[in-house]
Design a protein around this ligand. Structure first.
Ligand code: ADP
Ligand code: MG
Length: 307
């Protein structure tokens, strides 16, 4: 296996640039050349080729001729890129695979599949937008629920609905938004903290916790939450591994909370592009970056031989 060439698009903020340098060096040691800065946003598809100019070298690359493409930039992902991601993964290996990436971009699709495979998630209901009256019944059954955009992130757009008045308030907004469906989850009673468990290639990488800020019930950093050092029990690790396996995400960040009423762990979502620890978080003691890099490099080495 000589002359292997892979493409990479990795976020550069929050220490991503340092991670990329380490990864490129380790791949080079294995005779794998890396072309970085391949933002498909700048790509043009032309007959049999998808041509992308690397923002690092300024050179044009036929990405469909690469041995693998590593796509790892949640923040800058656009619809156009996802469209090309789908096409590209029909012809070359990608990490994560398009199938698993697009699955985990959608909370309903993920919860449905996890449940099929016996992985506990928050109880949810999905209905057609015209069946909104159904939600009144659901609210009566559950007491409290959370409305979620199925493709959201960072806790944005999540709305806690505690009574019928709150539901009445929300409905006109939802009707305005031209949605195809409504997705709600039972509001889980928990201690406002979660476990973020990273799994790469079926192996446990790390666990840390996030805690909601003040009266907020969302643990997202974007919603004011904070990260803390937290160990995972074997049970939590097993659940995360199973969730990653079911979703087919070679790289996964599994969000887990503990349901105090049902007395069980619940998977809230699977993230297909879980961030590495930032330099500040590393100082706090989140020291998993090197292990994660090694597991990803191993996987790239193995998968890039398959084309
Ligand atoms: N069903 C629920 N019950 C209670 N809290 C929830 C529920 N779903 C989400 N949360 C809280 O909201 C946060 C964001 O929800 P999540 O489904 O992970 O969406 P996002 O993609 O925006 O992060 C979670 O980290 C958790 O703290
Ligand atoms: Mg989340």
């Amino acid at each position: 296996m000589s002359d292997r060439k892979i493409g990479m698009w990795l976020y550069q903020n929050g220490g991503g640039d340092i991670i990329q340098k380490k990864m490129v060096k380790k791949l080079k040691e294995r005779d794998i050349k890396v072309i970085t800065g391949l933002n498909l946003r700048n790509a043009v598809a032309k007959n049999k080729n998808i041509i992308c100019t690397s923002s690092d070298t300024g050179k044009e690359v036929k990405v469909n001729n690469l041995d693998l493409f590593f796509s790892y930039n949640a923040g800058e992902q656009t619809q156009y890129q996802i469209f090309l991601y789908q096409a590209l993964n029909r012809v070359i290996p990608m990490l994560n695979s398009y199938a698993s990436f697009s699955l985990t971009e959608d909370k309903f699709q993920t919860s449905f599949l996890l449940r099929q495979h016996g992985v506990q998630t928050a109880d949810y209901k999905l209905c057609h937008r015209d069946s909104s009256s159904h939600l009144i019944k659901v609210l009566k059954e559950w007491g409290k629920m959370v409305y979620k955009p199925t493709d959201g992130w960072g806790g944005l757009g999540l709305t806690k609905i505690e009574n019928e008045a709150a539901l009445d308030m929300l409905m006109p907004f939802l009707n305005q938004m031209d949605l195809r469906f409504l997705y709600v989850e039972k509001f889980i009673k928990y201690d406002n903290s979660d476990f973020r468990v990273d799994i790469v290639d079926g192996e446990f990488v790390s666990c840390y916790g996030r805690k909601a800020n003040g009266n907020d019930w969302r643990t997202n950093i974007t919603s004011g939450g904070s990260v803390f050092v937290r160990d995972a029990s074997d049970e939590v690790i097993e659940i995360a591994k199973r969730a990653a396996e079911v979703c087919g995400t070679a790289i996964a960040g599994v969000d887990i909370i503990y349901d105090e009423e049902k007395e069980e762990y619940v998977v809230l979502e699977v993230n297909g592009i879980p961030a590495f620890a930032t330099p500040e978080q590393e100082k706090m003691g989140l020291d998993f970056n090197d292990k994660k890099i090694d597991l990803i490099v191993n996987m790239i080495d193995r998968e890039s031989q398959k084309n």
